[in-house]
Design a protein around this ligand. Structure first.
Ligand code: DGY
Length: 323
């Protein structure tokens, strides 16, 4: 029996590739990074499946892919899928939930600690030779505690839950959360409280934005929301840059409406070197590395491979919720 033809847009570890080759006829991008978009669009015509991690997978892409049945994304977020266009073409979209929850939650705690205790800023201070006798007053290096502070998590999914566990059990933080519905199991386990977005913004010392990007959550946090936050509070975003009005965030930071921010994501990625957020010492910036560890990226690729094989051979797959 002929195997379905699939395109793999990144180099994969040997065991994952071997598993895919057992079931599928694979063409893998063998250079560094991922296959350029132009190359993907030129090649996709003949393939029934593709493994990738970016998009957009929209009507114009699908027109170039008449045989395509499955798009397996090596990511939990799937905002690069145009759900309507994929539905219309009956193309299955899969993603990689569960395997990255702890890794992303670790990074959120790192952003909270780094912003609150000014780790990145003061690392630069030391390395630039500014730590000297008779230099700045000690108080100028003070930060804000993370332990026993209030964390407000917007978007209480699996990653939100992993953050709550670390914050409450590890740092004795008080938990507020806002999501589509209240989660009694979370409240039972972590003593947290479900509240409105406004109440969360007013009370939290660390506001953590963890909601997936969708038409409902695009620019969810805007100028009026920063106005509600405490001047001592920090804003942490490890979801998608488009869930916040980045200009409003920049202004809130420049005008001292909030004390600082920890950002793993930006409206445009890679972020432009001219982005004013990069000029602010009270903002910790990272290049979208929430899930980027050796172990987790391996597990994500393995799950994406299982999704691709499953979708093309009738097995179990993690189809994205809306498809
Ligand atoms: C995800 O899996 O969605 C992470 O943000 C990496 O893109």
């Amino acid at each position: 029996m002929t195997k379905p033809k699939v395109l793999l847009t990144r180099k994969l570890a040997e065991p994952i590739l071997a598993y895919l080759q057992e079931h599928l006829d694979c063409t893998m991008w063998d250079q560094e990074g991922s296959m350029p978009r132009a190359e993907l669009e030129a090649k996709i015509h003949d393939y029934e499946g593709v493994m990738l991690s970016g998009g957009p997978i929209n009507a114009s892409f699908l027109e170039k892919a008449p045989r395509l049945r499955v798009v397996s994304s090596v990511s939990v977020g799937y905002n690069h899928f145009d759900i309507e266009a994929m539905r219309a073409r009956r193309v299955i979209g899969t993603h990689t939930p569960y395997v990255l929850d702890d890794t992303v939650a670790d990074l959120v705690l790192a952003l909270m600690l780094s912003a609150g205790r000014r780790v990145a800023e003061l690392d630069a201070f030391v390395k630039q030779g500014n730590w000297k006798k008779g230099g700045v007053k000690e108080e100028q290096l003070f930060g804000m505690d993370v332990h026993h502070a209030t964390v407000g998590i917007i978007g209480m999914g699996r990653i939100g839950e992993a953050i709550a566990k670390r914050a409450v059990h590890g740092f004795d933080m008080k938990l507020l959360y806002h999501s589509r519905t209240a989660k009694p199991d979370i409240e039972a386990r972590f003593g947290g409280r479900f509240c409105s977005l406004e109440e969360l913004l007013k009370e939290a010392d660390y506001v953590v934005l963890m909601t997936p990007l969708s038409p409902e959550t695009a620019k969810l946090i805007r100028a009026e929301h920063f106005d509600l936050m405490k001047p001592t509070a920090f804003f942490i975003n490890a979801s998608r840059g488009q869930t916040v009005d980045e200009q409003a965030l920049t202004q809130a930071l420049q005008q001292g409406k909030i004390r600082g921010a920890g950002l793993d994501v930006f409206e445009l990625e890679p972020v432009s070197p001219d982005n004013p957020l990069l000029k602010l010492p009270n903002v910790v910036t990272l290049p979208h590395i929430g899930s980027a560890t050796d172990q987790t990226r391996y597990e994500m690729a393995k799950l994406a491979a299982h999704n691709l094989v499953g979708a093309l051979t009738g097995g179990k797959v993690h189809v994205v919720p809306e498809l």
